[in-house]
Design a protein around this ligand. Structure first.
Ligand code: NAP
Length: 290
């Protein structure tokens, strides 16, 4: 059985969904988990639960977009644990909406959280891991790191960029004994869709020519729900990413994610787009009629 006894793992976005599941999973196999997100009370409750089960957790609340918070997070962690064996860059959200309508500042904000804050935190952790001559950096990307869809391409672009940064880092850090792994979840039942809908609400509710596209996409998500995975599916992959002697460059789950990525690789582009648009509820015919 996998063990992380004596190891420290920082997990961002641990107040909900996938991050919360990863914190429980890692703590259950002996890691000291450093859990972070903005919602202090959620982190405190999770820390309490982990400690009640005999695990070790450090809860440090703050906004990952804030550079001085990132400094504090690493300084506080090092004060207590003196090492960082794994950094799981998981905090993130999706900005939805047609490119024409989403304010540029909102697009920048999505890149700030999903990409620049990941890079910023990673830059602080690399020297620690280099001094240890070991460490794992696990970046939670998405199927959206491989495919881009109408109404979702801003989020998709943040994850495409994260994939590229991760691939570059893997080569840069291998000589120092640091391994970089990408995880590509498909649709997972968490707070993610609710947060995305809330953020996009002012755009969706505007009277716009994109209304039929939004309606189709909403129905597409409902269909996808039946195939959805659980946060635990991804937590198990993250555990594999930090414990396997020779982890793969990337892992995907559940099955629909693997299938979507494989089809993207092998099908002609136009055919793939047609299938994806149908699944996502996007109909060009409807749009022309509006
Ligand atoms: N669910 C899916 O279908 C799916 C699919 C593919 C990839 N993913 C990726 O998986 C990761 C986790 O998503 P999830 O599904 O677990 O979503 P979730 O339930 O909404 O959780 C997102 C986490 O990120 C944290 N977060 C967001 N913005 C933050 C900020 N500025 N500073 C600090 N923490 C922040 C949230 O905490 P606070 O609000 O408390 O700050 C929360 O803990 C994301 O990177 C997402 O892109 C999800």
């Amino acid at each position: 059985m996998a063990t992380l006894t004596g190891q420290t793992a920082i997990i961002t976005g641990a107040s909900a969904g996938i991050g919360e599941a990863m914190a429980r999973t890692f703590a259950a196999v002996g890691a000291t988990v450093v859990i972070t997100a903005r919602r202090q009370e959620r982190l405190d409750a999770l820390k309490h639960e982990i400690e009640q089960s005999g695990g070790r957790a450090l809860a440090i609340a703050g906004d990952i977009n804030d550079a001085s918070f990132r400094q504090t997070l690493i300084a506080e962690t090092m004060k207590v644990t003196r090492r960082i064996d794994a950094l799981i860059n998981n905090a993130g959200y999706g900005q939805r909406g047609p490119i024409e309508m989403v304010p540029l500042d909102s697009i920048r904000q999505n890149f700030e959280t999903n990409l620049f804050s990941v890079i910023g935190l990673t830059q602080l952790v690399i020297p620690v891991m280099r001094a240890q001559q070991s460490g794992r950096i696990v970046n939670i990307s998405s199927v959206a790191g491989k495919i881009a869809r109408p109404l979702s391409s801003i989020y998709d672009a943040t994850k495409h960029a994260l994939e590229a940064i991760s691939d570059g880092l893997r080569g840069e850090l291998a000589p120092f004994g640091i391994k970089v792994v990408v995880i590509e979840p498909g649709f997972i039942l968490t707070e993610f869709l609710g947060v995305a809908n809330k953020i996009a609400k002012p755009i969706i509710e505007q009277n716009s020519p994109y209304q039929p596209l939004f309606e189709g996409a909403g129905a597409g998500f409902q269909r996808l729900r039946k195939m959805a995975g659980t946060p635990d599916d991804i937590a198990q992959l993250a555990l594999l990413a930090v414990t396997a002697a020779h982890p793969k460059a990337r892992y995907a789950a559940p099955k629909h994610a693997k299938l979507a990525i494989a089809l993207k690789r092998w099908l002609p582009e136009k055919l793939y787009e047609a299938i994806l648009n149908k699944q996502s509820g996007v109909s060009h015919k409807k749009l022309k009629q509006s």
